[in-house]
Design a binder for this molecule. Structure first.
Ligand SMILES: Cc1cc2nc3c(=O)[nH]c(=O)nc-3n(C[C@H](O)[C@H](O)[C@H](O)COP(=O)(O)O)c2cc1C
Length: 205
């Protein structure tokens, strides 16, 4: 039977795919990501909005067991190595930082924002098909850029682990403690204002 975690989000009207999304560390080491599902995940990223439809994102995709997965895994931080190896896929998420011969970048300053939206769409799509995604920044960015010969007008930004939820009992103690910790968020009133910055929380129903 598939493992699930009770949603921490208690707003029942929030769309269920967002209620259930979270970033686990326990992944099922026996699960394999099939190419059709991989296609769906990248299709979700593909249809994300972007400044002027510039689509300034790229992904390097490794599936567990292949050389790309292992080459990226080598550059992860020690903490992320403790869990990410059981994911079914590891993606390097890359955004453009200038125009180049392969792709124009008509807008300055929005590419990281656009990549983030594409990654969010991919994560939500993963959850919608019963998988989970866990984005991470803990890896050697320069080494990863060099490892995959990413040109200088592209910036390696984050990693995304995708897989089937696994058993937290199999994690080391420190990682398991993080896995089972309740998820928390700032109150909306701290970040949404109805007027002057920080003065007046937006009124909500
Ligand atoms: C840009 C970015 C960098 C992150 N880096 C790491 C990381 O290096 N290691 C890790 O375990 N989680 C990492 N995370 C996951 C966050 O810690 C996680 O999304 C956050 O705690 C909220 O938890 P939730 O996704 O389960 O709601 C990162 C997430 C993002 C978006």
């Amino acid at each position: 039977m598939a493992l699930v975690r009770e949603p921490d989000v208690l707003e029942p009207e929030l769309t269920s795919v967002l209620q259930g999304r979270w970033s686990p560390r326990a992944f099922d080491a026996t699960h394999e990501l099939d190419r059709r599902t991989l296609h769906l995940l990248l299709e979700a990223a593909r249809w994300a909005p972007s400044a002027g439809n510039s689509q300034p994102w790229s992904f390097i995709v490794g599936l567990r067991g292949d050389a790309t997965f292992d080459r990226f895994f080598e550059h992860l931080s020690r903490g992320n190595k403790s869990w990410a190896g059981n994911a079914s896929a590891l993606l390097v998420a890359v955004h453009q930082n200038a125009s180049g011969p392969d792709h124009e970048l008509p807008f300055d300053g929005y590419a990281a924002y656009d990549l983030g939206q594409a990654a969010a769409h991919l994560s939500v799509q993963a959850h919608a098909v019963g998988l989970h995604a866990h984005q991470f920044a803990g890896f050697d960015h320069e080494a990863t850029q060099a490892e995959f010969s990413v040109p200088a007008h592209w910036t390696v930004k984050t990693g995304i682990a995708v897989g089937l939820l696994g058993d937290p009992a199999l994690l080391d103690e420190r990682t398991r403690e993080k896995e089972l910790r309740p998820r928390t968020r700032r109150a909306i009133g701290e970040f949404a204002f109805g007027g002057d910055w920080g003065e007046q929380p937006v009124e909500l129903g």
